[in-house]
Ligand binder design. Structure first.
Ligand code: ZN
Length: 262
């Protein structure tokens, strides 16, 4: 295949320098659980990502190699076992120097009411378009603090593989759609109920905006604070472990599938 030939050639001729890679990994506690082999594959994947996607600065930001590698590492963590083809539907990542203002945005809430207004966003994933990220939020991502705008936006991209983002990405063979929906619905309802009672759970209330956001926020927690997610919503954790084919806490059980080629 031309594509795999091209990828092998990139991997043979280029590399992310050791110092740069090691410092990026050290600054990303979210990947600390990966063993040496998984880290090597993540590094290869990040290199291919940087050759495949155009990282475009917006405004006056200048993207240096350290920034590019950080974005690539965080973007590739969700597809470590899925492969780069999962991101075939888009070509670019746009990086803003700060949270960006989107004017006159339309938003339809759960009751079907349309709201219009300006929104300040830290990231966004366009259907059939680029991923947009704010650099300070990329910096804050992957630090094991429960925040990961990169995992969040790229999870939307995986959700969009079978159409509009709806919280149900295309599941692998052997996974059960009804079980997925039941597990996500029950966690969603639990969080919405607690928020409705005036509680202040540790999970960002933005999760219950709609099922697509819930999936993206759960993916964010899965990679950033997996043990906390597993303690809160074990079924959701297990579904995500099966979907991403990764098990950060090592407790999801079930058959591990062989790693995908990059
Ligand atoms: Zn989102």
């Amino acid at each position: 295949m031309l594509r795999s030939w091209r990828r092998r050639r990139i991997l043979a001729r280029h590399s992310i320098p050791d110092v740069l890679w090691d410092s990026t990994v050290a600054a990303t506690p979210a990947v600390a659980w990966l063993d040496a082999g998984a880290r090597r594959r993540l590094r290869d994947l990040a290199l291919l990502f940087l050759h495949d996607k155009s990282l475009e600065p917006a405004g006056d930001i200048v993207l240096d190699d350290a920034m590019r590698v950080r974005i690539a590492l965080l973007a590739c963590q969700p597809i470590l076992e899925l492969g780069l083809d999962s991101y075939a539907a888009f070509a670019s990542v746009i990086v803003y120097p700060e949270a960006f203002l989107v004017r006159d945005r339309e938003h339809v809430d759960e009751d079907g009411v349309v709201h219009r207004g300006d929104e300040v966003l830290t990231g966004e994933a366009w259907e059939q378009g680029p991923v947009i990220l704010s650099w300070p939020d990329v910096q804050a991502s992957g630090r094991g603090e429960g925040y990961n705008v990169v995992a969040h936006e790229f999870a939307h991209k995986l959700d969009m593989l079978d159409g509009a983002a709806n919280g149900l990405p295309p599941l692998h063979e052997g996974m059960d759609v009804a079980a997925w929906e039941a597990d996500f619905d029950s966690a969603y309802d639990d969080l919405a109920t607690r928020l409705g009672r005036g509680e202040q759970p540790w999970i960002d209330p933005y999760a219950v905006q709609d099922p697509a956001e819930f999936f993206a926020v759960m993916a964010e927690l899965f990679f950033d604070v997996p043990a906390s997610l597993e303690a809160e919503y074990p079924q959701v954790y297990r579904q995500l472990a099966a979907f991403f084919r990764q098990d950060p806490t090592g407790r999801a059980g079930g058959p591990r599938t062989s790693p995908a080629s990059p």
